[in-house]
Design a protein around this ligand. Structure first.
Ligand code: ZN
Length: 182
């Protein structure tokens, strides 16, 4: 089981590096890591469990956040109260994106960023992403709103980009009116 301390902080250089394509079949180690990431994110979003295990709530995690420079991530999405849908994306590509841009009004968070942050991170309101699951089967997801934000946030990790890199430090709320708050 993953612990919060297994998740690297933004100060680690590896988080700012570009991850490498995965070759199939995926190693058992990587498959186990995907299971562990899903377990961690699920427990972290169940209030009693997150408290008991002292986990910071999070809905997404990229392999690089646990020190693995490979192009995969998982998102555990609470689509209804305490009901979760798991998304596993290996070697993902964004194949289409809306012109409409949104941002998370309360600000984005990241399990690798352990400090208060503020500012607007513009994201596409809708995207379609293609990739593979852990067995190498092709997958295609059309996602919107908060789920689309999560996919874009995790996808950025694969390219060494943190959400904080997208905030202008001199003017964190720049161009606010150009985007829709969610
Ligand atoms: Zn993150």
């Amino acid at each position: 089981m993953l612990k919060d301390k297994d998740i690297l902080d933004e100060k680690c250089k590896i988080l700012h590096q570009v991850s490498e394509e995965v070759t199939f079949p995926m190693s058992e180690t990587d498959k186990k890591m995907i299971d562990d990431m899903i377990e961690h994110l699920t427990l972290s979003q169940i209030p009693e469990k997150s408290e008991e295990l002292n986990l910071r709530p999070g809905m997404g995690m990229a392999a690089v956040q646990v020190g693995i420079l490979k192009r995969y991530f998982v998102v555990v999405y609470e689509y209804e109260d305490q009901k979760f849908e798991n998304y596993i994306l290996v070697n993902p590509k964004i194949v289409s994106e809306s012109n409409e841009m949104i941002y998370v009004e309360e600000g984005e968070g990241c399990l690798s960023v352990n400090r208060p942050t503020e500012g607007i991170v513009p994201r596409h309101a809708r995207i379609t992403m293609e990739g593979f699951d852990q067995e190498g089967n092709p997958v295609r997801y059309r996602v919107r709103e908060d789920l689309a934000v999560a996919f874009q946030h995790e996808y950025d990790h694969l390219n060494g980009i943190m959400f904080t890199d997208k905030i202008d430090p001199k003017n964190p709320f720049k161009d606010k009116d150009k985007y829709r708050a969610i």
